[in-house]
Design a protein around this ligand. Structure first.
Ligand SMILES: [Zn+2]
Length: 154
């Protein structure tokens, strides 16, 4: 009996082709690099993202919008099938388990995945530049708002 044997699959996508499809709360530009899908077993495949993007975000210090450069280096393993129900007897999760995901139908939403990578790639503290003057400008604006409020109260 001849078993049907699937060839190992490989696919490579240019990230720049996905730039317009991403759903992010921020504007982005210069999305560069590649997304590779490598099926190394019948029910297992890797998704590897290697690239970079610029994201327009507000500075945590002064509130001004600026372009934050984000490096994208992500690799995740997908298993085609349903996630086994935990029995409570699992050993400690290995490095591989942590980045392993299950996909019952073998489909991965590349747009969602990439959007997630970009958001999680942002630094926790967003500072527009090393010599950012801080909330000086913002305070000025607040002063202006106060002035209007005072006039209104007369
Ligand atoms: Zn700033």
């Amino acid at each position: 009996m001849n078993a049907v044997r699937r060839e190992k699959g490989y696919k490579k996508l240019d990230l720049s082709s996905l730039e317009d499809n991403l759903q992010l709360p921020y504007e982005i530009r210069n999305l560069k690099g590649t997304l590779e899908v490598e099926q190394w077993e019948f029910t297992k495949f890797d998704v590897i993202v290697d690239g970079s993007v610029d994201v327009k975000v507000p500075c945590d210090r002064c509130g001004e919008m600026f372009w934050q450069h984000v490096e994208l280096e992500n690799e995740e393993i997908f298993i085609i099938g349903r996630e086994p129900v935990p029995t409570g007897e699992e050993k400690k999760l290995s490095e591989e388990d942590i980045s392993t995901f299950y996909t019952p139908n073998g489909q991965v939403n590349v747009i969602e995945l990439l959007s997630e990578y970009i958001l999680s790639g942002l630094p926790t503290k967003l500072i527009c530049r090393d010599e950012c003057p801080g909330p000086v400008k913002l305070l000025d604006e607040l002063g202006f708002v106060e002035l209007i409020l005072d006039e209104g109260g007369k």
